[in-house]
Design a protein. Structure first.
Length: 428
């Protein structure tokens, strides 16, 4: 609570300091002339550019946020939850009145690269411009060409539903001064082309940092903990650390393990479920093999992590009860040894979703079940049934603690109160 109060007071002070600067925020860029618009339109109609943009939009998983459930693709309307309130994603079809039909490429580039709207207004960082700023102009132009090729859908945007003082858009001026620095990705000359491609995709268009990094009280990513794991704000899931080195969340994973998970939703080391299942279904399964290998190469270069402090051991009685439940409910699929069945049921021994620091994902998996994405490489995946209606909070805590502290796992125990909280936390 003290942390949040401090964050609010910090924001209030920064609002006062940033107000003067806000008065000088530039308005929208100059309006293109008819001749400039005609030249840009001709260029954007290049079929090769549009096709490349379609691929890049898939890499960025743009449709996931900009499509309401059951709605028209890219027409917006999906409410994106944040700790400060919901922010509906806008319509980015080329409708002239409610979409981006009147936008020039410079308008789009400014939004993607600088996080500023068409009229110079700062955009809420639920739109991941903190990562998209790394996208180069050529790729941004291709994405813009693709969006302009879509069918126009008339669907007005809804206003954000943010609590005060976060509803004061001018407050973003101070936030941006502290936490946002625009800049296109700069290749590292000491690294291979494959590594640089992977870094560009992970840090930029793939915006993996946005989920897999801890955030502070004001919603900014901890720059010192990039890709080291973090709770996904307001969603009740934990995105694990992505380092494959000792101490990392993916310690021991091979490049092929990573490629398999991103391509099919399943690998020898684990299965995608929860929010990551949607990412695989809508985005990563469609990446070409070269890009998948590049991502794996980059992730394998992440540094080792500092060993975690010794964890508390769950009570013997709880572990005994959890072991009994595991034998009755889980062992038939995951095995008494926690090794699972290769290509069918994921292992629990050494599984990053089991051992992540909070226990959130393991609790969610028991309550809601585990549903891997259906992909071209794995069209009929096995799933795990939910146990929310069959197990009490105490039962779930007991079996989760057994799993987190058995075989080679040494993760901190969860409490029944944690289970209760997650049981009643809506899932987006």
């Amino acid at each position: 609570m003290r942390r949040w109060r401090h964050g609010i007071w910090t924001l209030v002070l920064l609002l006062a300091l940033g107000l003067g600067w806000w008065l000088f925020v530039p308005g929208r860029l100059h309006e293109p002339t008819p001749a400039q618009r005609e030249a840009e339109s001709a260029q954007l109609h290049d079929p090769a550019l549009v096709a490349r943009g379609a691929y890049l939009a898939t890499v960025g998983d743009c449709a996931a946020c900009h499509t309401a459930r059951g709605g028209r693709p890219y027409a917006g309307g999906r409410a994106l939850p944040t700790p400060f309130g919901d922010v509906p994603a806008p319509n980015i079809t080329p409708d002239a009145e409610t979409g981006i039909g009147q936008w020039s490429f410079e308008d789009f580039w400014r939004a993607l690269h600088e996080g500023l709207g068409r009229h110079g207004e700062p955009l809420y960082p639920v739109f991941s411009y903190t990562s998209f700023t790394k996208v180069n102009r050529e790729d941004a132009q291709a994405i813009f060409a693709y969006l302009k090729s879509l069918p126009a859908v008339r669907q007005p945007d809804r206003a954000p539903e943010l609590a005060f003082p976060y509803s004061v858009r001018q407050g973003l001026v101070a936030w941006r001064a502290l936490y946002f620095k625009p800049g296109v990705f700069q290749p590292d000359a000491s690294r291979s082309a494959e590594w640089n491609r992977g870094a560009y995709l992970v840090q930029g268009l793939g915006h993996c940092n946005e989920c897999h990094t801890t955030r502070n009280a004001l919603g900014a990513m901890d720059e010192k903990q990039r890709l080291a794991g973090g709770e996904i704000p307001a969603q009740g899931w934990y995105a694990p650390d992505l380092s494959t080195q000792p101490g990392g969340g993916l310690a021991g994973w091979s490049a092929q393990d990573i490629v398999d998970l991103l391509k099919t939703g399943q690998s020898a080391r684990g299965t995608a479920f929860g929010p990551m299942a949607d990412v695989v279904r809508n985005s990563t399964q469609h990446l070409d093999d070269a890009d998948l290998r590049a991502v794996a190469t980059y992730l394998q270069s992440l540094p080792p992590r500092t060993p975690a402090a010794p964890v508390e051991v769950a009570r013997a009685a709880d572990l005994e009860a959890g072991g009994k439940l595991y034998g009755e409910r889980c062992a038939d699929c995951h095995g008494q040894d926690g090794k699972g069945v290769a290509g069918v049921y994921p292992p629990l021994d050494g599984n990053s979703s089991v051992t992540e620091p909070t226990g959130t994902n393991a609790v969610r998996g028991v309550l809601l079940g585990g549903f891997a994405p259906a992909t071209a490489g794995n069209p009929e995946p096995y799933s795990m049934p939910p146990f929310a209606q069959q197990l009490s909070d105490e039962d779930v805590a007991a079996v989760v603690n057994y799993i987190r502290q058995s075989w080679g796992n040494h993760a901190a125990p969860v409490l029944s109160a944690d289970v209760s909280r997650l049981r009643h936390t809506p899932v987006d």
